[in-house]
Design a protein around this ligand. Sequence first.
Ligand code: GLU
Length: 444
Amino acid sequence: MTIQNLPQSEAAVSSAISSEGKTPSRASQPVENPYQMALRQFDCAIPFLNLKAGIIEMLKRCKRELTVTFPVKMDDGSVRIFTGYRVHHNTARGPSKGGIRYSPHVDLDEVRALAMWMTWKCAVVNIPYGGAKGGVICDPRQLSLHELEGLTRRYATEIAMLLGPDRDVPAPDMGTNPQIMAWIMDTYSMHHGYSVPAVVTGKPVNIGGSAGRLEATGRGVMFTVAEAFKTFGWQLAGAEVVVQGFGNVGSITALTAHQMGCKVVAVSDIEGGIYNPAGLNIPKLLQYVKEFRTVVGFSEAEQITNDELLALPCDILVPAATENQLTRVTAPRVRARKLVAEGANGPTTPEADAILKDMGLIVIPDILCNAGGVVVSYFEWVQDLQQLFWEEETVTDQLRRIMVRSFHDVYNRAKELNTTMRNAALVLGIGRVAEATMTRGLYP
Ligand code: GLU
């Protein structure tokens, strides 16, 4: 059994609903270094904040960066060496929080950027965490279940010095899933001699995971979109939605949009896209993907490429795949009429942001739009620490409440400052982290 057969992977991911890594190809896009991109976004927010040079310099850097190189016994008896990372960007507001990514494209700068975005994201939705991220350079689709378990347990051991419920709490991201979190939790617990469920979130529910965690990111995307529509006086029922990426985030976003009465006209994964202007039957598509592990070949739709998908007319475009998808090349072709809702982390480059703004499009930025995942991770951590578990309805109601509140916090800031939602979210997030740093003071 390979990773395809495991329960779903997180994020923006890669894949079909049951978790293979199928991200749209990077080759067709100009690829920007994500850390440079995160720093350029940061620089745009700084003029709106009254921060001292020392604080600015501190917030640009990651607090800790661990690189590990470790051996894994492969099924054929050989030993392969893998490289992984765990980066803590900032811990001023609490333990660091962020996913672990398994992908051949992982590198230190990508992990740094993702860690920094986690810091701002947790601050934007006002949950008591700093930001972290981890990653292992590997293609999980090429590993057997046994190899994947070996890799995960060894990586968890290598980074264990950084982990802990009060220190750093990983979660799924691209290419990882609840089963991988279970192995991390078990490995950490074995070293401690007792079960420590709160050391990771996004675990299976039977070992302390939260109801509604798997669905949280996609639901959060649509709660934010729905609130935007309400705020702007637009009608959500019948709105046309295009979703790039059909992993955990993309598939649940599409399903939630469908349930909210939107017309999901196109979706894609790494193999390609499908389009039906009359609307796709998403529950039926999910069944298809369960069996065939790709959206491609679904009978009630026309085949399109990922590039064509980004250029389709729609009301809401949801890039839910990976970084660098809306660029100076692809952004001018976007024909979304109302919103770009970022399900992925870092899908839009600063150049593309400027282009979309000139086109009159509102971009709901990643650090707000996809924060539902980490919000329910926070609920999971709280439930684990209290050993008191909530009904899914409570989880989803609380998630909605936080997404709606955060949307208005960002939107009001954008109006006040006469700036984009991205910049307003960054100003809010960076401002909260800077405030916490100043309240704590510098030691010694
Ligand atoms: N990987 C997800 C993200 O990028 C979730 C992180 C978490 O729950 O800690 O937001």
